[in-house]
Write a protein that binds this ligand. Structure first.
Ligand SMILES: Cc1ncc(COP(=O)(O)O)c(C=O)c1O
Length: 437
């Protein structure tokens, strides 16, 4: 046991209670389809697609083979002033499933990098169109946009900010859209669109000439699944357009079928100027993020520049060959198995199963859209988050992986889930809740 403890001590784990984990580790050894398998051989039903990313299920043969093949053909290629065919092919294919005209693709290594890239593109765009005084970025309370300094500045999770000082200057936030007075809303609430008018308020407060862009998650995931009210995103789009403010959708979790369409933009019928994505882009198999830019944004920066590098930004791993191969195979897998449509078809059964937990012990709200759900629990006195964490442990011990954020259980299964497995998730959570103080 002593040796094991030493083995675990070198790895400083991200977003983890390191001391607690190392005293009682949970190690995943392999995965296939809807399940993880622990190093002691237990099957764990994956209720979270890993971390919102394995949308096609684990170890899809086409993706596995593509990565293996590519590793032997071209392991790495520098992305600055050089290219390789697969990065161009993936960009082309990705452009085809983005909203119309959003087919200029910038690759990154992660969602956080995609967010910082999108924020920079927005600033560069405003300069390119002669609006260089627009340097202010607007985010939203309870937003999560990764962990770069740009992302935590526009983000709205206090725990992710308070250790790190002053953030980017000039950032402001819209209010979040969650209405706790209306628990157990199925899908989108029919009230609350006027919260988008916060953008008008910030224009009036700061001056339109200072605001470059507004970034929101179409459905906020990491702060407990907050579904936008009907008409909210439409109104935000309308206000942003009216004031020359770029609208960025952070689709790192809503992209690639999570809501039953390629993007949340398509699902809601609202087209932003920039879309960030990652996770489901490669089915989680190789790290990769991307920004899809509308042509007018891309063209203003690229076509309007003097000869030479147009955007002084990029990553060593932008368009990495293994990630590009995985991305192409992933898009083919989604298309071949029609997984976005499958998610849409399963959404009603998912909604019914999740709202069936309404009467379970401790549950104070259930929220859902597409194949996402948040089940919010009453917090223990003086110990926010402790009850959900206890449920996480209990579920894991009984063979079910859920994710918790605060006192909300957040669920986002692979889109290959069966109706029986949806039932298994609901039953497993009900059982865990029943046994939790
Ligand atoms: C909406 C959103 N944006 C950005 C990120 C950051 O992505 P990454 O962890 O790949 O940097 C996440 C991760 O969960 C996310 O949910």
């Amino acid at each position: 046991m002593h040796a094991l403890r030493n083995d675990l001590s070198s790895y400083w784990m991200p977003f983890t209670h390191n001391r607690g984990f190392k005293a009682d580790p949970r190690l995943l050894a392999s995965a296939r389809d809807m399940h993880y398998f622990t190093s002691d051989g237990r099957a764990i039903l994956d209720g979270t697609a890993g971390l919102w990313c394995v949308n096609a299920g684990h170890a899809q043969p086409r993706i596995v083979e593509a990565i293996q093949r590519q590793a032997a053909i071209l392991d790495y290629a520098p992305p600055f002033q050089l290219g390789h065919p697969l990065a161009f092919e993936l960009a082309d294919r990705l452009g085809q499933i983005m909203p119309r005209g959003m087919d200029r693709i910038f690759f990154t290594g992660s969602g956080s990098e995609a967010v910082d890239t999108a924020l920079k593109i927005a600033l560069a765009y405003q300069r390119a169109v002669g609006q260089g005084s627009r340097t202010r970025l607007i985010g939203r309370e309870r937003g999560y946009h990764g962990v770069g300094f740009g992302g935590i500045s526009v983000g709205g999770m206090v725990a992710n900010r308070r250790q790190f000082g002053a953030m980017l200057p000039g950032v402001d936030h819209l209010r979040h859209t969650h209405d706790s007075a209306r628990p157990f809303t199925r899908g989108q609430a029919d009230q609350g669109a006027e919260l988008a008018d916060d953008l008008e308020r910030l224009v009036a407060l700061h001056g339109v000439e200072t605001i470059a862009a507004v970034i929101v998650e179409p459905v906020a995931g990491s702060t407990g699944v907050l579904v936008p009210p009907e008409g909210y995103l439409e109104r935000l789009r309308e206000i942003a357009t009216r004031h020359g403010i770029l609208l960025i959708f952070d689709e790192v979790i809503t992209g690639f079928g999570r809501l039953g369409a390629a993007t949340a933009a398509e699902y809601f019928g609202v087209t932003p100027d920039l879309i960030t994505m990652a996770k489901g882009l490669t089915n989680g198999s190789v790290p990769m993020g991307a920004v899809a830019a509308a042509r007018h944004v891309h063209d203003a920066i690229v076509d309007g520049a003097a000869p030479g590098i147009e955007l002084f930004h990029g990553y060593t791993y932008s368009g990495h060959p293994l990630a590009a191969a995985a991305g192409i195979a992933t898009l083919e897998t989604y298309a071949e198995q029609d997984l976005f449509a499958r998610a849409a078809a399963l959404a009603p059964a998912w909604e019914a199963a999740m709202h069936g937990l309404r009467a379970a012990r401790h549950v104070i709200d259930v929220r859902n859209l597409g194949l996402v759900a948040g089940i919010e629990l009453a917090s223990r006195d003086g110990a926010p988050g402790a009850r959900a964490m206890a449920v996480f442990h209990r579920c894991f011990d009984q063979g079910l992986l859920v994710r918790v954020t605060g006192d909300t259980i957040a669920l986002s299964p692979p889109l290959v889930i069966s109706e029986a497995q949806i039932g298994e998730i609901a039953d497993g959570i009900a059982r865990a809740l029943g046994g939790t103080d």
